[in-house]
Design a protein around this ligand. Structure first.
Ligand code: DGP
Ligand code: NA
Ligand code: NA
Length: 213
């Protein structure tokens, strides 16, 4: 292949409620894009290995308690601390497949009482804007059929119902490239759909500068 220097990679985000298959699909999507000749790498948020990420990890495992506003800002900081690396990778032509991003932050925190969407969005304003957001859509019934909840924080039915509603509201933002994907299909069928959408985004990203949330 001809050198692609100067052409940036795409920022592709996977979102969805718990058990929709995001992590599996993110991994398979990276492999598939590579097989098809693209430079692709995976990232996840929260990134639990950094200092901030370790605090978040303990919080999710319920080993510590962090005040709700404070933990929201930590989740956002955990994204911001990766921004220099994200920008470098994209500029060098690498496509990034990200398992959760700012939209998880807003959907989850705004599902708590007394948090407005507006307040929740603010800390992530200015983050690199995804070229594509793949929403893996799975009904709560179908998600339940995939097995019981884990023991982490947020893994309760009532909370997940609320998270679903919040994602619905976020998807109404037409300034973002949301694509609703039926996650009840087989793993292979979901992968086929998201691979096609991702290749379209990679092509379009080449001629556009990266935006900001
Ligand atoms: P996992 O994707 O399995 O590593 O789980 C991370 C959990 O944390 C999941 O329940 C979603 C939630 N989460 C992800 N990002 C944020 C965020 O920015 N804010 C809040 N409050 N929760 C988040
Ligand atoms: Na989880
Ligand atoms: Na996951």
């Amino acid at each position: 292949m001809r050198s692609m220097a100067g052409l940036r990679g795409a920022l592709i985000v996977l979102e969805g409620a718990d058990r929709a298959g995001k992590s599996t699909q993110a991994r398979l999507l990276v492999d598939t894009l590579r097989e098809r000749g693209h430079r692709a790498e995976g990232l996840r948020f929260p990134e639990r290995t950094t200092e901030i990420g370790k605090l978040i990890g303990s919080y999710l495992e319920k080993k510590n308690n962090i005040e709700d506003h404070t933990v929201h800002l930590l989740f956002s900081a955990n994204r911001w601390e990766q921004v220099p690396m994200i920008k470098e990778k994209l500029a060098s032509g690498v496509t990034l497949v990200v398992d959760r991003y700012a939209f998880s932050g807003v959907a989850f925190t705004s599902s708590k009482e007394n948090f407005s969407l507006k307040w929740c969005k603010q800390p992530d304003v200015g983050l690199p804007k995804p070229d594509l957001i793949l929403f893996l859509n799975l009904s709560l019934e179908a998600a339940a059929a995939r097995g019981g909840f884990g023991n982490e924080r947020y893994e309760t039915n009532d909370f997940q119902v609320q998270v679903h509603k919040r994602y619905r509201e976020l998807m109404e933002d037409k300034s973002l490239n949301w694509k609703l994907v039926d996650a009840s299909q087989s793993v292979d069928d979901v992968l086929k759909v998201i691979t096609e959408l991702s290749e379209g985004a990679i092509e379009e990203a080449k001629t556009r500068t990266i935006g900001k949330l």
